[in-house]
Design a protein around this ligand. Structure first.
Ligand code: SAM
Length: 330
């Protein structure tokens, strides 16, 4: 496989595609409670445009796609889209990130659709705290999704953003889930992508502080080897079935091996989470460019990639990083 290598020698193999900007939760660290301006449908990539883009990228060496959002399962047609993706030769992995609100009844279909793993976002195991964080009373539905994923043996990562004054009491109970469940619980540093719904930080929980907290209860916690291009530092607690990951999403310690691209629901092509998009792929497709010309544009963008998230942030032309993750694709 001829895989595209960027200007810093990093092979590019992974696309994170946000299929919608809409979401059925209102997590305070991701978006404001009200006044969200959703993108009008004609400005969104269609399912056909997304499929064509993925086929082009697969021919360039991308073999893994993660569907994210917004919440992927609020966009009508996603299950048919998954059927189509499953037919693409060379696409080795289809993964999904979901908040789990609508997902439980769909899990029995996941194996047939070729879904390799699911990242389920869950910041707390407490129903009231869940409501305080997400502004929706949906904990039970999310938990049912977790149980269904376990029942159908779908490899699962539970993603928890660690926020001072909100859910740091959940770190140990979440970690303890790995004792009885074959799951990877991942603690993520909070990033400034909150759609301008600004809030005060009491103190910042970086990856070191999260590890210290885990060590207080689990002094035997030990480091696992991190897979290539991993964004998480991986650990295990002796005797536990599952594993723990810590993601330095704000400290940005993993850029040196970054193999990812992102496409927003409007088609902004991003070579880093922290950039403001390098071109719009929807516009290219709608201008009638053929696959070879689109491939060339992608290739050129990958030869000007920022070295890391700090350089990407510094190069932004549209101001500070305050977009909502739901419009970027988390
Ligand atoms: N709706 C899906 C979900 O909840 O998993 C997919 C999209 S959501 C934007 C993807 C991930 O981004 C979630 O795990 C969410 O917690 C995370 N996220 C959103 N805003 C964030 C922020 N400001 N800092 C860190 N993670 C954030």
């Amino acid at each position: 496989m001829n895989r595209v290598i960027d200007n810093h020698g990093r092979p590019i193999s992974y696309l994170r595609l946000a299929v919608t900007d809409r979401c059925n939760l209102r997590c305070f660290y991701c978006m404001p409670e009200e006044g969200i301006k959703y993108v009008p449908k004609p400005h969104l990539l269609t399912w056909e445009e997304m499929e064509r883009t993925i086929r082009i990228l697969v021919n360039m060496g991308v073999d893994k796609v993660r569907l994210t959002g917004g919440e992927p399962f609020v966009r009508r047609g996603i299950m048919d889209f998954l059927e189509e993706l499953n037919k693409i030769d060379g696409l080795r992995q289809i993964n999904i990130t979901t908040n789990g609100v609508l997902t439980a009844p769909l899990i029995p279909e996941f194996q047939r659709l070729g879904i390799k793993s699911v990242n389920l976002s869950l910041d707390t195991l407490d129903r009231q705290r869940f409501f305080d964080i997400t502004r929706r009373d949906e904990f039970q539905n999310v938990w049912q999704t977790f149980e269904a994923l376990q029942e159908y043996n779908i490899p699962t990562k539970l993603n928890s953003v660690v926020m001072s004054g909100k859910n740091t009491d959940d770190i140990i109970p979440m970690a303890d889930l790995t004792r009885t469940h074959n799951v990877s619980v991942r603690f993520i540093e909070e990033m400034p992508f909150n759609g301008d719904g600004a809030h005060e930080y009491q103190e910042f929980w970086n990856y070191r502080k999260i590890l210290e907290e885990l060590k207080k209860t689990y002094p035997g916690i030990y480091k696992l080897p991190d897979p290539p291009a991993s964004t998480s530092y991986n650990y295990q607690i002796p005797g536990h079935k599952g594993t723990i990951g810590i993601i330095a999403a704000f400290s940005r310690t993993f850029c040196g091996t970054c193999n990812r691209l992102r496409i927003t629901p409007q088609g902004q092509f991003k070579t880093c989470l922290y950039d403001d998009g390098v071109f719009n792929i929807k516009d290219l497709l709608r201008q009638g460019l053929d696959d070879a010309s689109v491939t060339q544009r992608i290739f050129e963008a990958l030869q000007h990639r920022a070295k890391d998230g700090f350089e990407a942030e510094a190069r932004r032309t549209v101001g500070l990083v305050s977009e909502s993750m739901s419009t970027i694709g988390g």
